[in-house]
Design a protein around this ligand. Sequence first.
Ligand code: NAP
Length: 438
Amino acid sequence: MKKLAVIGYPIKHSYSPLIHNFISKKLNAPYVYEQVETPPDELGDVVKKLKDEGYLGFNVTAPYKEKVIEYLDEVSQDARLFGAVNTVVNKSGKLIGYNTDALGFYEALCYRNINPEGKHILMLGAGGAARSVAIKLAAKCDTLTVINRTKERLSELKRCVFDCTGHSIETELSRKTYDIIINCTSLGMIEEKSPLDDLSVIGENTFCVDLIYSPWRTKFLKESQNAGAKCQNGIYMLVFQAILAYRLFTGIDVPLSMADDIIKEVLSGRNIVLTGFMASGKTYIGKALAEKLERPFFDTDFEVEKECKMSITEIFEKKGEEYFRGKEVQVTEKISQEKGAVIATGGGAVLNADNVQNLRKNGTIVNLEPEYDVIAKRLSRNNEKRPLTKGQNIDDILERFEKRKPYYESCDLKIKITKNSDKEEVVNAILKGLEEMI
Ligand code: NAP
């Protein structure tokens, strides 16, 4: 077996090993791809080690795409232009750097039949990824407008695009709408925020792309879709840059059409996470969904009970809410490492930002949002078993629901639960919603 790798920091949640090993399996090719966590200050040593140990090549991800260049023997023309390397090939002991990100991005557009020629494009962000995308698009589109929080970085990008392509970019919004809008910022990865404040720039046929794929749907994509845009997340760019890198590593002409199968493979390894207020049916629906998809099922409340060897009610009574929340964080972090599971969370799990972060790394979040009368009806039946609302009247409970609603917003998909929703219907609505997200 010949060895390949990805280096970066952190690297634990990278999809690159899954993608490259899937391609090798499909082609029955003798390559094994692993991830090598590379802490700061160890980049040089790691690059040398991979070379000495005869790795055929490796991918480079954040934060080393620029810094790695100083350790290489040669850099391709594209990579030099973009000032970043994401693929290194070991040709008989000589390390050669390439960049497949920009072409990967371009192929992802083509996959959706989007041709940038003659288009008015708006890019948000002026970092490393934005630079290669802007250089790739500047010569092809009609106008390219880039906006960025930090003006100095924007001026630098403008200069760089002009030097590399001879094309000027605009740095202020000047059109009513744009044909293609691309989020190249990292805003939306951690916080539920979008870099696009003015949604009126989304026209009837606007196509919105986010380079981010974790979370699967950022606030930018959700708002763009609600405003009528067709959307694509960053997994497509990731998959196409990987196919192009695989070709460079191995010389095998992997067909771009393999992207569909690769994306299916990525999705089958992602968790489906159900969130929602108490009585929204997360466990009931989660079990049915897991059964239908033949996936394992986990419930964070059950796992806390197992761990504490007590019921949730007992934990609240004997140890208090704070203790429960601490256990919930530990259990959620552990379950988030699962692959391809259905996970039902406790109603308050999303109040903790660490829980949300962990669950979103490899999970698509589906929020079950019950109507008021569903909550009222379900809680009137078994409220005494719920430690947080025991003895409270329905108005207090609904007030709690209202307060929690903003926390439930950081989901990829929302499913309304009405008093007429039955199990089958909700499961099918989730599956349909997940499919439409691809
Ligand atoms: P980078 O060089 O660090 O640039 C980050 C960009 O985000 C800058 O424009 C920065 O603006 C902006 N930004 C960060 N925080 C912001 C905030 N709070 N408000 C407004 N703007 C903010 O990162 P990069 O390498 O270009 O990567 C950007 C994104 O693309 C990341 O999410 C990365 O994961 C993604 N990416 C995806 C793929 C893929 O295959 N799908 C490939 C490469 C990158 P300032 O200049 O003002 O700081």
